[in-house]
Design a protein around this ligand. Sequence first.
Ligand code: ADP
Ligand code: MG
Length: 453
Amino acid sequence: MGDEIQDILWTHVCDQFREEEGEAVFKNWIAPLIVDSIDGGVLRVLAPTAFMRDWVDSHYRDALMRLVRKENASVITLDIVIGPPHRFDAKLQTEKMMRALSKNTKTEDTEDALSLGLDPRFTFENFVVGKTNELAYAAALRVSESKEVPFNPLFLYGGVGLGKTHLMHAIAWHIKEHHPEREVIYLSAEKFMYQFIRALRHKDTMSFKERFRSVDVLMIDDVQFISGKDSTQEEFFHTFNALIDQKKQIILSADKSPSDLSGIEERMRSRLGWGLVADIHPTTYELRLGILQAKAEKISTIVPKDVLDFLAHKIGSNIRELEGALNRVVAHATLVGRNINIEMTTEVLRDLIRSNDRRVSIEDIQKKVSEHFDIKVADLLSSKRSIDIARPRQIAMYLSKMLTTSSLPEIGRKFGGKDHTTVMHAVKKIEAMSKEDIAFAEDVDILKRVLQV
Ligand code: ADP
Ligand code: MG
């Protein structure tokens, strides 16, 4: 029974995790996950909400992965996806955490809880710069190199998986290397909260304050999480002001700009925007490709250029997902000893590609292609055979195959009831022509890009 293997594995992982990270963290973030399957080196777990998925992904992925691999070294990738709800209510998270904390009488070592826990991969060298993140990158570098405080605070914001945590860790690494005398604290807003609540409970807020106020650089990640908790917010604000007054560098990140942070007092919101607010925009195709190339260079498996290109086109959401996709493909190829090509990539990433594809429909493709060639959609659906109609029709069929998850017969049907062999022929024809004629390939590529924005 395959089911049992993953259940046993997961139970062990949960026990270990609980021991390492404590009951509260476990209860809040790991207990609500359901283990789904192990397949081809991929362990899949379901998270009840997108928020949970992102949180677990950005905070506990590495810890989980380490524990999973200790149990079963053949697992190469951990896939966290949104699944059915399971004893979980997002709104109750904070209350639950507070309650768990007040029951838990064991004191953790403060030093330990404040320890950096920096990811060794998150350095400036490993950060690929493009138009969408150049401001944030430049600001982060400036803060790391500068003796003076260039802008305070530095506020980085952007969507999930776009590199905020990476940049913060990079700052910390840089300072540790070049100015080891400067004391840096990096922690998530969640940990900050956790520390503060614990200090309150132990009636020890003095040393908590001292601890934070004695640093040179304080980084707090995901501050949107502080919103709404009045006492923590108050304390955060005091600490923040004290550090700013002492000209200590503060760096914050959030998924929204200061002015859009809800549940944060007005005076605080405006103060957060006093320094430099640098946003990271959604990725572009060029950046995604650059990142994939950089990652591919670091691994021993060969990933053909067209596959990287394909991934950069297909996985548009965020960089974490993009990396996950590449890892999955590589893991699969290694395990089953197959070469990597577009076909197997499509197969391995079927679910991911589908969720990234949802926006493009065959109708969109027909419309864009006929606009591009200045013909009527009706012509594409007709059985006219003149080359100025037939070629665009083939391109549209090819794009339908590439950009949607429709099957060949489905595509045929949507082109005025053509046979699936006609569609297959069109796909092959366009592929062959693209190989031979660079100008043609570019033309098709442009259409592809237009359809993907
Ligand atoms: P965020 O904190 O904004 O949610 P992360 O910093 O955790 O996102 O980034 C998610 C993943 O994407 C990490 O593995 C990170 O190394 C990678 N990543 C993000 N931006 C870049 C980039 N510009 N170059 C290389 N890797 C990146
Ligand atoms: Mg992050």
